[in-house]
Design a protein around this ligand. Structure first.
Ligand code: GAF
Length: 405
């Protein structure tokens, strides 16, 4: 059953009336371009078939009442909050995510009123696949839809604008200093494509990505590790990059080219050099990857993926034992390239694998984890799925089927 249908049926069961509509948004993997978004750089994500769906209806009393439905169908209700009274710090824990979106939309002057929201989803939480952003994007579309701003309609807020508002909610209400990658991926990706986004200009291009047509597959390896360092380390890295840009006299590390790098490194203190080197070389790797994909040379992007991992591991220092084992085992078994994705310190890796050896790579990764007594990883093949939108009966069923690939 699609997540949209689960959310709609749960809404009716919990609240005794039908929702006005259902909106959903996907998780993502980033093919390449990690920790570049908050440096004004380039990213290349695609949407997963896994989605978070929000069934919604307006409430006349101005309260936001949110219920989530767990995998086993159990409902968890957050304390209803008055939308007009929302301010940073007023809501904590998971309800801060939907509340923050309502707050951010109101800050744009949008007439967001009370609502009942029932949320169901299957984006693995804590797996670095952007479940919280999928939740926020789906809530944003639901609240906008209830307020009469139908997505993609004439005069409606654009997807890129909504992504910025969701980022505002995440940064200033939830308190996580994240960039624009995940929200833009969830809102702007399209089925069958990776999204090449220039974060500084906001320009984007849908680049076709049909791995199966090249006898390849993108294997996602959710390591199930989630190290507590992640939040503080993310902020540290971000501040380090901002400081490096300041010392170099540029608006952001995006402005340093690979040719400038040797002289830039001479001017930076020892602890900031590797951060800058990662960002500069990663931006270059994204551009090379896009050029190869445009030229139909998907198999040749493998070394760029692996180069990205090495840079994240050695220079940016956001990998961990589980991610390194996943990458090394996949490569040793014949993957063309592999890398960690997302913020790091746990979560998921991806591997680009010839389909004829997919089974061997899966087995090699599973065996490597067993050998080290790590929790068994969750493995699936990811195919670029549709971005966020309003769900009409059965609309995302094809994507749902892709999850079983
Ligand atoms: C997390 C953040 F939310 C993104 O903005 C991005 O910085 C990513 O880590 C690293 O590329 O997912």
């Amino acid at each position: 059953m699609s997540q949209a249908r689960r959310a709609a049926e749960s809404f009716t069961a919990e609240l005794g009336r039908a929702p006005l509509g259902v909106w959903s948004a996907p998780g993502r993997v980033n093919l390449i371009g990690e920790h570049t978004d908050y440096n004004d750089g380039f990213v290349l994500p695609f949407a997963l078939p896994h989605r978070i769906a929000v069934a919604a209806a307006p409430r006349p009393d101005g309260l936001l009442a949110v219920t989530t439905i767990s995998d086993n169908g159990k409902a968890q209700r957050a304390e209803p909050v008055a939308v007009a009274d929302l301010e940073p710090g007023s809501v904590t824990g998971w309800p801060a995510y939907p509340s923050g979106v309502a707050w951010a939309l109101r800050r744009q002057g949008l007439d967001i009123g009370g609502a009942d929201l029932v949320i169901a989803g299957d984006v693995p939480a804590g797996a670095g696949l952007s479940s919280s952003h999928a939740l926020e994007c789906a809530v944003a579309l639901a609240l906008l839809g209830l307020a009469g701003h139908e997505l993609d309609a004439d005069g409606a807020p654009t997807r890129a604008e909504i992504a910025k508002w969701v980022q505002h909610s995440e940064n200033d209400f939830v308190g996580a200093p994240t960039g624009l990658l995940d929200q833009t991926a969830s809102l702007c990706c399209t089925r069958g494509n990776v999204l090449f986004l220039d974060v500084r200009s906001g320009e984007s291009e849908q680049v076709p990505f049909d791995a199966a047509a090249k006898d390849l597959a993108v294997l996602v390896i959710d390591t199930r590790a989630n190290h507590s360092l992640a939040d503080s380390a993310y902020g540290d890295r971000r501040r380090g990059c901002e400081r490096a840009a300041e010392l170099l006299g540029v608006p952001a590390l995006r402005d340093v080219t690979v040719d400038d790098l040797p002289s830039a490194l001479r001017r930076l203190p020892e602890e900031l050099g590797p951060l800058a080197r990662h960002v500069v070389t990663e931006n270059a790797r994204v551009l090379e990857t896009v050029a190869l994909l445009r030229a139909g040379k998907m198999a040749e992007i493998g070394p760029l993926l692996t180069g990205s991992h090495e840079s994240l591991r050695d220079d940016y220092r956001v990998s961990c034992a589980e991610l390194d084992v996943a990458v090394d085992a996949a490569l040793a078994a014949g993957a063309l390239g592999a890398r960690m994705v997302g913020g790091g310190f746990g979560g998921s890796a991806i591997a680009l694998v010839p389909t004829e050896i997919l089974r061997d790579v899966r087995q090699a990764v599973t065996a490597a984890f067993a050998e080290r007594s790590f929790t068994q990883p969750r493995l699936f093949v990811a195919v670029p799925a549709a971005g966020a939108g309003r769900d009409h009966a059965g609309e995302h069923e094809t994507d749902q089927n892709d999850k079983n690939a």
